[in-house]
Design a protein around this ligand. Sequence first.
Ligand code: DSN
Length: 413
Amino acid sequence: MAYLSKEDPELKQLIRDEADRLNNTLNLIAAENHSPQSILETMGSVLNTKTIEGYPGKRFHAGCENVDRIENLAIKRGKSLFNAEHINVQPHSGTSANLAVYFSVLNIGDHILAMSLPHGGHLSHGHSASITSRCFNFTHYKLDSKTEQIDYDQIRDLALSVKPKMIVAGASSYPRLINYEKISQIAKEASALFLTDMAHLAGLVAAKLIQSPVPYCDFVTFTCYKTMMGGRGGVILSKKKYGKKIDKAVFPGCQGTSAVNLLAAKALIFKLAKEEKFISIQKSTLKNAKVMARAFMEKGYRIVSNGTDNHQVLIDLTSKNITGKLAETCLESIGIILNRNVIPNDANNSGKVSGLRIGSGAVSSRGMGDSQMRQIVDFMDIAIMNHSKKEILVKLKEKVLKLCEAFPIKKTV
Ligand code: DSN
């Protein structure tokens, strides 16, 4: 950062502080990951300059010969990685991608059936605070209250009674796998289109470790920075017959120019995702989540749905006499970074919630394995049980730092 150091040392120091924070803490945020240095280089490159309204070969500004090749490379690699008939790599984010899918084939006021946010769904799946709920008429399905897993009969009943134009699967907080085939059958029976938002799962799908929704869906959206480990931004996969509508909905429907540096980072991560290093990080991500879930259960914690099939573990703190908010703050004080999370049928509706969501992606990409996961669970348990005892927290912070120092953030996948 030689130029930044000279021109804005204050800002440079803030960026350095953030790099130190990342290195010196354990990142258990399920929606984050450490990207390879080559992704950071690509995002910070001269590609930042170009304005690219339109699509390769059909732009509204001159000088696109190189960026056309970059977008085409991202398209080719993304289609091949996910075995998709059509791909649009321009969405700025997962929410932009979902909005574009809705607007590509639906009219304002149309009905959509999606997962309720307190049961794991995302804001852009029709939460009342999201613009999606002001444009479309959402009905939400909930999890089965006993298994805390998706209740496919409930989805079918709602689909047949509400007759939505679209059914949305996918979640931001759901530790289990989704039966896409079953939902696609329900969608067919109800004459609804089927969108899966696999933002959290894209890396695991790319590594072919869990079922891909692509064969079963009309549309699949995802972001590139969670398990996918790439740069920021969203992607839409679709059946070929919706390709033109999707492209029109992204540009000019929902966005102007896209960010070429991010398109290039997408092209890069789609290449790296086929390599053994990426696949082995994804394998360890799955294993590490299971190890943490088991370790918490052995210590008497209730884990929502009693386990995990992906990178997430959702802990119910109700019996531990601490809110999600207080646990999040206490863990942050020892260098363990995660987020409080609402759990299904959360009794704590004060905004402080009863759950913690943890994700195994970032610690796995640092190279940590079974024994580090068990150590992390030990640290978390001691901190939660002693959240008001400063001297214990100070000692834990030192131990977390030691663990971080043994596993520096790697610069390559
Ligand atoms: N969807 C949000 C999350 O899961 O935390 C941000 O990506």
